[in-house]
Design a binder for this molecule. Structure first.
Ligand code: NDP
Ligand code: 13P
Length: 315
């Protein structure tokens, strides 16, 4: 049995996809919201197959062959600690995109620090929950430092429509997923402020250079970022209004009222990235500007002038 912790949009979509392919799945919800009765998620327009056990009973995790953690990046540590006893020596696959603000580390480090006996992996890349739930073709990166375990997870989690590519570069894979959210906000701001598609292309490209620079400094192979997690997810999230991070950027760029309660992961990640860059002396102008914009410390006009007035340099 495969367990999914977190019955939000992504966790439920993954559960549906795996179950449709014949796997037995347990979906652990913090709040069932009647999903076990209606067999529907309030966040997806697809019925949940009968071979998904929807439960709020965490003891069900004990019999899982692997556990997918589909909770927001800033909640991951807390959720791992809460279910420590059920998860202690399992194969744990983070399905979130972000950098923990307290530790300035990614989801794989959170798993290893919280559950030293577990096998830690991450599943990330370009995919909207709605697309996965609808059974549309999708390709993702599965990263696990232990390649034998990674190969087994790749087999276990690939389905007819969900194709997983494998890498051992967990830091590169998780940074690709985390950092693209920051650049997606920047691109949304550009479009929301009417700066045009050319400005967006410039931000995607220079943002990608920042992603590779930071990833290399943190021990990743910058080449990993040219894969699905990185370039692939950047292409999706910086161009689609299905992305919450991109939509947050659109709202900031257009000067719309921001709902403070509706957080997007790229906002927290922009703060973490700014701290990491400053501590290591790495130049990350786009990410730093996004942190200031999200905190509403500077105007879009100031952000634009700051980026355009930087010294000219080699590409
Ligand atoms: N949505 C998408 O298209 C995609 C999302 N992802 C990633 O998946 C991760 C989850 O996103 P998504 O599913 O969209 O988010 P949702 O908000 O839809 O779901 C998050 C889930 O996590 C649960 N949760 C949050 N905090 C806690 C906590 N402290 N303890 C227990 N459960 C908690 C929520 O429970 P409750 O409902 O009770 O609040 C909810 O079930 C993110 O990192 C995102 O980047 C990746 C690819 C695509
Ligand atoms: O990560 C995603 C697509 O790959 C979803 O993006 P958002 O979190 O911005 O909605």
């Amino acid at each position: 049995m495969i367990a999914v912790v977190g019955a939000g949009a992504f966790g439920t979509a993954l559960a549906i996809s795996l179950a449709r392919d014949g796997r037995a799945v347990t979906l652990l919800a913090r709040d069932l919201r009647g999903m076990d009765q209606t067999r529907r998620s309030p966040k997806l327009d697809v019925a949940i197959p009968a071979n998904v056990l929807i439960t709020d009973d965490a003891t069900q995790l004990q019999s899982a062959e692997c556990v997918l953690m589909a909770v927001p990046a800033q909640s991951l540590r807390r959720v791992l600690e809460t279910h420590h006893d059920q998860l202690a020596n399992k194969r744990i696959v983070a399905c979130c995109k972000g950098i923990d603000l307290e530790t300035l580390t990614g989801p794989v480090a959170s798993i290893s620090a919280t559950l030293p006996d577990a096998t830690a992996a991450i599943l990330t890349g370009p995919s909207f929950a709605d697309d996965i739930a609808a059974g549309l073709p999708t390709a993702l990166t599965l990263a696990c430092a232990d390649d034998t375990a990674g190969r087994a997870l790749q087999q276990t989690l690939s389905t007819a429509n969900l194709r997983l590519y494998r890498t051992t570069d967990t830091i590169g894979a998780e940074l690709g997923g985390a950092l693209k959210n920051v650049i997606a906000i920047a691109c949304g701001v550009a479009i929301g402020a009417g700066l045009g598609d050319s400005a967006r292309a410039a931000l995607m490209t220079r943002g990608f250079a920042e992603m590779q620079r930071l990833a290399g400094a943190l021990g990743a192979d910058p080449q990993t970022l040219t894969g699905l997690s990185g370039l692939g997810d950047l292409a999706l999230t910086c161009t689609s209004t299905l992305s919450r991070n991109y939509r947050r950027g659109l709202a900031l760029g257009a000067g719309d009222q921001i709902d403070a309660a509706a957080t997007v992961e790229g906002a927290a990640t922009s703060v973490a990235v700014t701290d990491l860059g400053q501590a290591r002396g790495i130049d990350l102008p786009v990410c730093t500007i996004v942190a200031s914009l999200c905190a509403q410390k500077i105007s879009v006009e100031t952000a634009l002038q700051t980026l355009l007035s930087r010294p000219l340099k080699e590409e």
